[in-house]
Design a protein around this ligand. Structure first.
Ligand SMILES: [Zn+2]
Ligand SMILES: [Zn+2]
Length: 320
């Protein structure tokens, strides 16, 4: 047996969790083992001294777990373990005014591995703005367990702050990377990935329509600026067909707004707006954690504004 300190072992585990968060579906078998191992440890001792660590490990696993099917074994194991933690710890006594699990998960996730490393090793300098004991508080651990539950089975823990569904985050990160010129390893064919924006708009339900028009609009802007005309023709046709259908569905009669704010000019920001507006959970997160550059929710969802945006995108695609 090698002689290693527990801090070093914890470090290795956090590195593995952090890799799983970043690469999402890079090594599914390894990630599945990690999640099942993590869930087992947690379920065996849901109120134990390391419950915080296993629970945050499951939070870091959420981007990966969103690529799995609900009936997959690791998803069930993670949910059951999180539920056991919530039951064991949610009513613990505490005097904190608030807990880290109540923050914006979208901003939190990139920082969480560092927090875990610092929590596991008293010798490290504490860098998070919130006190260490608020992270370790049983109520916070239970809160993060509910974040896991809510992500895996929406509606199971709806008292946690809203966050963009991880399936949508997966799509957002893939498209953002393409638009920034550095496609992720999982993107084998850029045009193929972009075409999902057209098919999703083509199939969008009423309450997804606004968000999906904006996602497709950002892709149309990107295609207009970047794509080779010959390669892009099929994609342009798919996008145009989807915009035509959307325009037919939108009631763009008079609306109560004197004026509508513009979508952000930046393609990836417009994409971000669209992905958030495409689901009820995304819209709740959009409203709860507003970005200064993003238009207010009510005017962004206005059918007249959405129709103008779709028509403008269609005109630009057709004139190319
Ligand atoms: Zn507390
Ligand atoms: Zn309006």
């Amino acid at each position: 047996m090698t002689d290693r300190s527990s801090a070093e072992r914890a470090d290795e585990l956090v590195d593995a969790w952090d890799e799983m968060r970043e690469y999402v579906d890079h090594e599914p078998q390894t990630y599945e083992r990690l999640v099942v191992g993590c869930a087992r440890k947690l379920a065996a001792d849901p109120s134990g001294p390391l419950a915080y660590s296993w629970t945050l490990g499951l939070v870091l696993a959420l981007p990966y777990l969103a690529t799995r099917k609900p009936e997959d074994g690791d998803v069930g194991a993670a949910f059951d373990a999180a539920q056991a933690v919530d039951r064991a710890l949610r009513d613990a006594h505490c005097t904190h005014q608030g807990h880290p699990f109540q923050s914006d998960l979208e901003g939190e996730l990139g920082n969480m591995a560092d927090v875990l490393r610092e929590l596991a090793d008293n010798g490290r300098r504490w860098t998070d703005l919130r006190p260490r004991d608020a992270w370790l508080c049983p109520r916070n651990v239970a809160g993060h367990a509910r974040v896991v539950m809510e992500s895996l089975r929406p509606g199971s823990a709806d008292d946690v702050p809203p966050f963009l569904p991880f399936e949508d985050r997966y799509e957002l990160e893939g498209l953002t990377a393409i638009m920034e010129g550095y496609p992720l390893a999982r993107t084998f064919d850029v045009a193929w990935d972009l075409s999902f924006a057209a098919s999703a708009l083509q199939e969008a339900a009423d309450d997804e329509l606004a968000g999906r028009v904006f996602v497709a609009t950002s892709v149309a802007w990107y295609v207009e600026a970047e794509a080779d005309d010959a390669d892009a023709q099929e994609l342009v046709d798919e996008l145009a067909g989807a915009f035509e259908r959307a325009i037919g569905l939108l009631d763009d009669g008079p609306c109560p707004h004197g004026a509508h704010p513009d979508l952000p000019i930046d393609t990836t920001e417009a994409l971000w707006v669209g992905m958030h507006l495409a689901s009820a959970r995304g819209r709740a997160a959009y409203e709860k954690w507003p970005e200064p550059w993003a238009p207010p929710l009510d005017t962004a969802l206005c059918p007249a504004f959405v129709a103008v945006t779709a028509r403008d995108s269609l005109t630009r695609l057709r004139n190319d």
